[in-house]
Design a protein around this ligand. Structure first.
Ligand SMILES: NC(=O)c1ccc[n+]([C@@H]2O[C@H](COP(=O)([O-])OP(=O)(O)OC[C@H]3O[C@@H](n4cnc5c(N)ncnc54)[C@H](O)[C@@H]3O)[C@@H](O)[C@H]2O)c1
Ligand SMILES: O=C(O)C(=O)C[C@@H](O)[C@H](O)[C@H](O)COP(=O)(O)O
Ligand SMILES: [Zn+2]
Length: 381
């Protein structure tokens, strides 16, 4: 029996379709209700969540990374038994999935299966998988429905929610993409049990980000027992995940396409994306965001916006869970060059999210190059 999941609504304002993020355990039974009635239901098919909201769905494609081959196949088989024509498409692990070549491979598989506009894509995996799956859904036939089943902390609290989908190019991170919100998000906390600790901790960077930009209770929960925060068995796991999702849901519900408020979710990301590219994506996103937030805190402090205690608190809480605080000092010129194609840039104007205080994010435009360099000196290891 599945426990009753927590449900958080996203969207539903300003012409955007609402959808729900479900958080709980044993949630896969909810999948068919989100997909819609199978065109050829098996005699035993029962849909959860009341009457189906969508027409008959014939085909579903389950996109999953290599690391989740068994899970992906189990979901595919379950859906096939319910009457869908279900295929599984295996993707490379992690950032290697976020390429034009992998997207083209998926388009080919969908084309060969005869995937139509009423068919549905399911992305099962971490943020890299859901970013790619959402991008394929956004581009196939100019947009088909998709459902996110995030299996990492980072995927649950951030990547699967909000409809930013995309891939990387040789010039940088997430440079090609689309806003294409999912039809639903299923966060099954049991998935976190198999996650390597390094990936679990990397996801905490986005949780801590949510704490600094909007919900200081998150920081307090982690600071009370940072060792427990590093494992899915910790006493506050569900609360940390729920609180972070609520932060994200609230922001993207009022500004889906990042015309203003949504930029606050980019806290720490301007430098982070440059580090990821510089490391050829061998650093996890969360690790880079950790360094990026220390940098942003120093920038805020040097710009006279952020008090010393809050700037120092970044280092303390990030280090306490085992996230990195520094990056190579000799890389600044290259990082600066990459930061120029950050999506927050306007022409030659570099823009950063900084804090005026806890839960007071703001934009710092065109900081003096000497201030940028001084902030970077503070994170140079
Ligand atoms: N769209 C957004 O709004 C958004 C937000 C934040 C981050 N992101 C993106 O998310 C990506 C990072 O996501 P991530 O940190 O989840 O990493 P990831 O998707 O690269 O996953 C990390 C590794 O864990 C494996 N894995 C996933 N789930 C597992 C499980 N349950 N058990 C064992 N192994 C598992 C993956 O195959 C991969 O090898 C980056 O590309 C980042 O840009 C997007
Ligand atoms: O949802 C958002 O908006 C974010 O900025 C969340 C970030 O954590 C995430 O890494 C996002 O993919 C970054 O977006 P980008 O537009 O800077 O590529
Ligand atoms: Zn991020």
């Amino acid at each position: 029996m599945a426990d009753t999941p927590t449900r958080i609504q996203v969207g539903g304002t300003a012409g955007t379709a609402p959808y729900e993020v479900l958080i709980g355990r044993r949630l896969l039974g909810e999948l068919a209700g989100l997909i819609g009635t199978p065109a050829r239901p098996s005699p035993t098919t029962t849909l959860k969540g009341g009457a189906p909201r969508h027409g008959h769905v014939q085909r579903v494609a389950v996109l999953h990374p290599e690391a989740l081959a068994e899970t992906g196949e189990a979901i595919r088989q379950d859906l096939a038994e319910q009457g869908y024509d279900a295929i599984a498409i295996q993707l490379p692990n992690a950032e290697e999935a976020k390429t034009a070549e992998v997207a083209a491979y998926c388009w080919k598989a969908l084309g060969q299966t005869g995937f139509t506009r009423t068919d549905v894509i399911i992305g099962v995996g971490g943020g890299a998988t859901t970013d790619l799956a959402g991008f394929v859904a956004a581009t196939w036939l100019r947009g088909v429905r998709w459902i996110a089943v995030p299996t990492t902390v980072l995927g649950m609290v951030d990547a699967a929610v909000g409809g930013k989908t995309g891939i990387n190019t040789a010039e940088g991170k997430n440079l090609v993409g689309a806003f294409h919100p999912p039809a639903g998000v299923l966060c099954d906390l049991a998935a976190l049990d198999s996650l390597p600790v390094n990936d679990y901790v990397s996801g905490l960077a986005e949780v801590i980000k949510a704490g600094f930009i909007a919900d200081p209770e998150i920081l307090e929960l982690i600071e009370r027992d940072p060792v427990a925060a590093r494992t899915p068995a910790g006493p506050h796991t569900a609360e940390l995940i729920e609180r972070s999702i609520r932060v994200k849901a609230e922001v993207v519900s009022s500004d889906l396409k990042e015309s203003g408020l949504r930029e606050i979710l980019n806290y720490g990301h301007t430098l982070a994306h440059a580090i990821e590219k510089n490391e050829r994506y061998n650093w996890r996103h969360g690790a880079a965001v950790s360094v990026g937030m220390v940098f942003a805190a120093e920038l805020g402090r040097l710009a006279g916006r952020l008090d010393d205690a809050t700037a120092d608190r970044h280092r303390t809480v990030l280090e306490a869970v085992g996230l990195p605080l520094t990056y190579r000092g000799d890389q600044w010129p290259k990082l600066l060059e990459t930061m120029k194609v950050d999506k927050k840039s306007r022409g030659d104007l570099l823009r950063f999210i900084v804090l005026d205080g806890i839960a007071k994010p703001t934009v710092l435009e065109g900081p003096d190059p000497a201030v940028l360099l001084a902030a970077y000196a503070e994170v140079s290891g």
